[in-house]
Design a protein around this ligand. Structure first.
Ligand code: SF4
Ligand code: SF4
Length: 425
């Protein structure tokens, strides 16, 4: 591994505590990913990135900052990357997925806050994540109450922009989101010092659409009865796509998709025929949260699709780039982003329709609906999800978890029983 200590020091990181994090990550990567057999060769790219997750990409971001580019840290798939890319800015995901950062978050937030929020705040305040140090500005959004209030705390430590996401999907809400995107574009122009034009916004839309198409190609391959990639590997690809340069991300995903399509032609599967196929839905799985996938895939089943923000919601629906004015392009962005069926909307029938549609498309034998502890939005929606799936004859298991390992045994017992039930059907 290259020596990144000087870089971390310059970023003002707490090196001693960060060392502890660096010690646990390789074991987790080894246990979850390297124990798998017959992985696609193209996973070598993501294996390298995850093995030096606090080194390779942070070093690239710092090099770009030296050239005058600004880095925007985001926490939600509602923030339109296209606007930032159009102004020659760089987007990096910031959601925290490790229990390591939770105590730092609990120092300033109530314990009954969802672990994703606690970890994200802890990663910043504890100075143990280079991405949280590098970002010039954070972009928050008004999706859930916990995030809204956590952004006030983060805002005391780092420049923060907040986007006001509508909570309903009426035509006036789509117009409102268009106006919010236009206002955001002005702020991005101020921060980057670059004008957003029809030309550079169209080009940014093209770049992000290409990334979406490439991610979709990998997901398309997962629809095959001959499953060419595990859920764990696919999740790693998706998680890292939030941090990576979008053009390289598209290139690497297309390279992986080529190999997966070849595997399908050659009949190469990562699981024995008849392995039960699971669609996972619920709260996002921020890196390095691989717990559920790991338990499911070591309990005799395979995850074939994720209906979540670290899944289909990240790439489904392209932005129409045919507009000839900024106003038209902002509207096209609003229309695409407002198709995201996050549980923050009321009512939210689109998510249930998506789950049923995806369960069929990916030939899922069952659905696992899992929310993070203290996420009221997704927890409350579980009832409607379960009722709708039962009505469709699709078996469903509703779960709750957090970042601690203490519930792993209990989760395994419930998941094994679910898989056994699917096997007996
Ligand atoms: S689940 Fe909702 S709040 Fe969370 S990243 Fe997705 S859209 Fe944003
Ligand atoms: S998991 Fe739920 S509570 Fe946590 S940030 Fe997402 S929407 Fe908010």
């Amino acid at each position: 591994m290259a020596d990144y200590v000087k870089m971390w020091e310059d970023l003002g990181m707490d090196l001693e505590t960060h060392d502890l994090l660096c010690q646990v990550l390789p074991t987790a990567v080894g246990d979850v990913f390297m124990t798998q057999e017959n992985r696609p060769k193209a996973m070598d790219f993501w294996d390298l990135v995850i093995s030096e997750v606090h080194g390779i990409r942070p070093a690239e971001l710092i090099e770009e900052q030296k050239k005058g580019r600004k880095v925007f840290g985001t926490f939600c798939v509602f923030v339109p990357d296209e606007v930032i890319v159009a102004a020659n800015g760089i987007v990096t995901g910031l959601c925290g997925g490790s229990q390591f950062w939770v105590p730092g978050g609990e120092a300033v937030l109530p314990k009954n806050t969802c672990p994703l929020i606690k970890a994200s705040v802890g990663a910043r305040l504890g100075r143990t994540c280079p991405f949280f140090r590098i970002a010039d500005v954070y972009v928050g959004e008004t999706t859930c109450d916990g995030k809204k209030k956590a952004y006030e705390i983060l805002g005391q430590d780092v420049p923060m922009l907040i986007m006001d996401v509508p909570q309903m999907k009426r035509p006036k809400d789509i117009l409102k989101w268009k106006d919010e995107i236009a206002e955001f574009a002005e702020k991005v122009e101020e921060i980057t010092g670059n004008r957003i034009t029809v030309e550079n916004l169209k080009e940014a839309i093209r770049i992000i659409n290409e990334k979406r198409k490439a991610l979709k190609r990998v997901y398309e391959a997962r629809k095959s009865e001959c499953l060419p990639i595990s859920g764990r590997d696919s999740l790693l690809m998706t998680q890292i796509s939030f941090f990576d340069d979008p053009e390289r991300c598209a290139q690497m995903c297309n390279r992986l998709a080529d190999e997966l399509e070849e595997r399908i032609r050659d009949g190469v599967s990562v699981v024995p025929a008849g392995t039960k196929r699971i669609l996972l839905t619920g709260t996002p799985l921020a890196v390095p949260n691989w717990k559920l996938h790991n338990i499911i895939e070591t309990s005799g089943a395979a995850v074939v699709c994720e209906e979540m923000c670290t899944g289909t919601r990240y790439f489904e629906n392209l932005v129409d780039d045919s507009g000839e004015t900024l106003e038209e392009l902002f509207m096209a962005l609003s229309e695409r982003y407002m198709k995201n069926n996050c549980a923050c909307f009321t009512p939210n029938p689109g998510r249930i329709e998506d789950i049923i549609r995806l369960a069929r498309e990916y030939k899922a034998d069952g659905v696992i609906d899992c929310s993070l502890k203290f996420c009221g939005l997704y927890d409350i929606e579980k009832k409607s999800v379960a009722e709708a799936l039962k009505a469709e004859g699709i078996p469903v298991l509703s779960l709750e978890t957090d970042y601690e390992d203490s519930d792993a045994g209990q989760l395994r017992t419930r998941i094994e029983a679910f898989v056994e039930m699917l096997n007996e059907r």
